[in-house]
Write a protein that binds this ligand. Structure first.
Ligand code: IDP
Ligand code: MG
Length: 139
């Protein structure tokens, strides 16, 4: 059983897509074990996207991800990290497979609707950035 962090990003929030996106993951059998709405500040955005520091899109990415409140979710399931990445599709919605969240809801390479952790190490780190232990439930 794995856990992974998903963020419903500002472009999706602005278009009232949080519920539709949550449903896509639930329909894949992923169990919601943590869920909150928050407005990321610059410091959290820079920590969450630290691996991209120095890239040409980094400053814009920080501005974008802090532009509206977002929804953060911890999902649990077999192979959750890979299942979530597949359910989201490629980073660039134009290149994402039909039926994926980013193909169906993403607007462009920045405004691509969702974040999902890309490895067990990053999932563990990212979950800790957004959730206290007591905010994640066993049921
Ligand atoms: P991922 O979200 O599929 O893991 P990453 O390469 O980790 O993709 O990039 C993190 C986020 O940064 C993307 O989801 C997207 O919002 C933004 N991003 C990535 N590449 C670009 C780019 O070339 N231009 C603008 N924004 C980008
Ligand atoms: Mg990434």
């Amino acid at each position: 059983m794995e856990r992974s962090l998903v963020l419903i990003k500002p472009d999706a929030m602005k278009r009232n897509l949080a519920g539709a996106i949550l449903a896509r993951f639930e329909q894949k059998g992923l169990k919601t074990v943590g869920l909150k709405m928050l407005h990321m500040d610059e410091a959290l955005a820079k920590r969450h996207y630290a691996v991209h520091e120095g890239k040409p899109f980094f400053n814009d990415l920080v501005k974008y991800i802090t532009s509206t409140p977002i929804v953060a979710i911890v999902f649990e399931g077999d192979n959750a990290i890979e299942l979530i990445r597949k359910t989201m599709g490629s980073t660039d919605p134009k290149k994402a497979d039909k039926g994926t969240i980013r193909a169906d809801f993403g607007l462009d390479i920045q405004n691509n609707a969702t974040h999902g952790s890309d490895s067990p190490e990053n999932a563990a780190k990212e979950i800790k950035l957004f959730f206290k232990d007591k905010e994640i439930f066993n049921y």
